[in-house]
Design a binder for this molecule. Sequence first.
Ligand code: NAG
Ligand code: NAG
Ligand code: NAG
Ligand code: NAG
Ligand code: NAG
Ligand code: NAG
Ligand code: NAG
Ligand code: NAG
Ligand code: NAG
Ligand code: NAG
Length: 460
Amino acid sequence: MLTLLILASILPYVQANSGTWATLPMNVVPYLTEAAYVPSTVPVLVGTPPQQMNLTVDVSAGLIATYGSDCILCAGATMFDPSLSSTFKTNNTPWPASVPSFSGVEVSDTVGFGGVVTVANQPFVNILDGSNQTFANSIWNGHLGLFLNPLNATSIAQHVLTHLYKSSSLLNPVVGMRFDPANPKVTIGALDPNDYEGTINWVQLDQSPDPTGDYFNIFEFDGVKGYDGQFVPYGGNLSATLDSFFLSIALPNADTYFLNTNSTGPVPQPLGLINDTGVVEYNCNSSSPASLSGPPQSPYVALTATINGVDYPIDSTGNLLRPQSGASSAGFCPVGIKNRSDTAQPNVVFGLPFLRSVYIAYRFPTDDCPGYYGFAFPAGSNRTQSQISQTPTATPTNSARCLSLAAPTSTPTANVVLAQEALASKDAYTVYGEQGTAQVPLTGVYDLPKIVWNWTALTG
Ligand SMILES: *[C@@H]1O[C@H](CO)[C@@H](O)[C@H](O)[C@H]1NC(C)=O
Ligand SMILES: *[C@@H]1O[C@H](CO)[C@@H](O)[C@H](O)[C@H]1NC(C)=O
Ligand SMILES: *[C@@H]1O[C@H](CO)[C@@H](O)[C@H](O)[C@H]1NC(C)=O
Ligand SMILES: *[C@@H]1O[C@H](CO)[C@@H](O)[C@H](O)[C@H]1NC(C)=O
Ligand SMILES: *[C@@H]1O[C@H](CO)[C@@H](O)[C@H](O)[C@H]1NC(C)=O
Ligand SMILES: *[C@@H]1O[C@H](CO)[C@@H](O)[C@H](O)[C@H]1NC(C)=O
Ligand SMILES: *[C@@H]1O[C@H](CO)[C@@H](O)[C@H](O)[C@H]1NC(C)=O
Ligand SMILES: *[C@@H]1O[C@H](CO)[C@@H](O)[C@H](O)[C@H]1NC(C)=O
Ligand SMILES: *[C@@H]1O[C@H](CO)[C@@H](O)[C@H](O)[C@H]1NC(C)=O
Ligand SMILES: *[C@@H]1O[C@H](CO)[C@@H](O)[C@H](O)[C@H]1NC(C)=O
């Protein structure tokens, strides 16, 4: 007891000196399906008092954008209302990357994570027209880009992670991510040892990716293995990227995998091979449970990513093998392995089936340290001891300088009164049927979707 009291009195002092870290719950779907894309979101606090925006996590870009409360057809349930924030600033400069159906203005305000780490005057974009269906389908509530593009020094310098690092707010310049439905979360400023098992396997990110390419978060890796534990023969070195918007794994030629039973293992024939919908499907008519109550358990889709000598199995049920849907034929289940449509680097795109199967660390670039990804096994993910005890082949150069991280002690917590709650306790609403008597605060009233009145339609 005495020891605990002493620790409790020392810890806040230590953390104040060395920076801290925040843990944020992530919202993810229980299983993947071709029928609908549902973004992975985390709560971000914007404005003073803070408004909670559940922004869509993007691991391959750096843009931070909220959906404004006046936005036309923005998709989501949390919208940013600048009029409620005392620290909001804007010159109404149009966002340069705007397109006619997805546009906004450059703004700045306080941005924070978990009430633990906060940046004042953080630049971001407030979207005012979100009517483009492509964006509306994939970006829910706004965008939280957690990647610092090595080709763009301006975007690195302006990023919220850089500002937190420069103000010594963070214990370490890292982000930890679990996209798995068992315990999805993001940590900012530390890798929580409770979140992963095994050694963090660090690989350096490419410092000069193809500037005309579609990805900038590229790393070299060994290859993918099939059911027989052998590499699918793609020949030569492979490069990969991570994409939290992509529902599948893209390989240089998916048929090299699908047409070799050594790679696929024993799967029921015939395969529903590629047709115009671009989906390969496995016969799963004897699988249970049925498509609507959850993903099928069988057949097993065998695919392992081997990075720096360590094998990371990609889970089949609910990840690589999806329920029957509009994109598949009756009795057939779509398989999340596709062709890489682009011949430029990288050769392989690791989308959500991979992200939901591994623990991911991102050491963002600072000063003279480049960016690194680190991989491990998500704690509690039922991996075998021999899988967990694998060790990486090589250690990246500059590891001692760039990858020596301070171990976190306890999980920091914060009490934040959100703008919504502050207002909910102020405003009172008359109870229907009891006019003139009881008045109650209506918690969550500001979360209700805003109705956009169409005056053209109403007035003819
Ligand atoms: C936002 O995310 C938090 C944490 O995941 C969740 O508790 C809350 O209900 C979400 N709010 C909305 C409006 O979706
Ligand atoms: C939506 O955005 C995409 C990507 O920028 C673009 O290709 C498409 O033309 C846009 N659609 C509309 C209706 O503006
Ligand atoms: C670099 O990032 C800044 C800030 O996000 C952006 O305005 C600019 O267009 C980017 N430059 C390039 C070449 O992408
Ligand atoms: C693989 O990469 C290494 C180091 O970049 C290079 O020396 C080697 O020639 C490459 N091998 C092939 C088959 O491309
Ligand atoms: C499958 O593996 C067996 C045993 O290693 C080998 O003899 C055979 O050539 C392989 N088949 C293909 C198509 O690679
Ligand atoms: C499942 O599909 C196979 C191959 O198309 C077929 O032979 C079999 O009769 C089907 N079984 C059921 C229960 O529909
Ligand atoms: C591809 O599969 C879909 C879903 O079963 C089907 O509607 C479509 O007709 C198929 N296309 C071809 C060219 O076979
Ligand atoms: C992949 O691409 C190859 C080569 O272009 C093509 O023959 C094959 O049908 C495609 N397979 C899939 C699964 O998309
Ligand atoms: C864990 O893995 C073992 C061996 O692969 C398997 O038998 C067991 O069903 C798995 N348990 C869960 C909860 O997935
Ligand atoms: C508003 O209603 C008019 C007339 O019904 C329609 O043409 C227009 O597309 C609607 N606008 C929106 C944003 O729904």
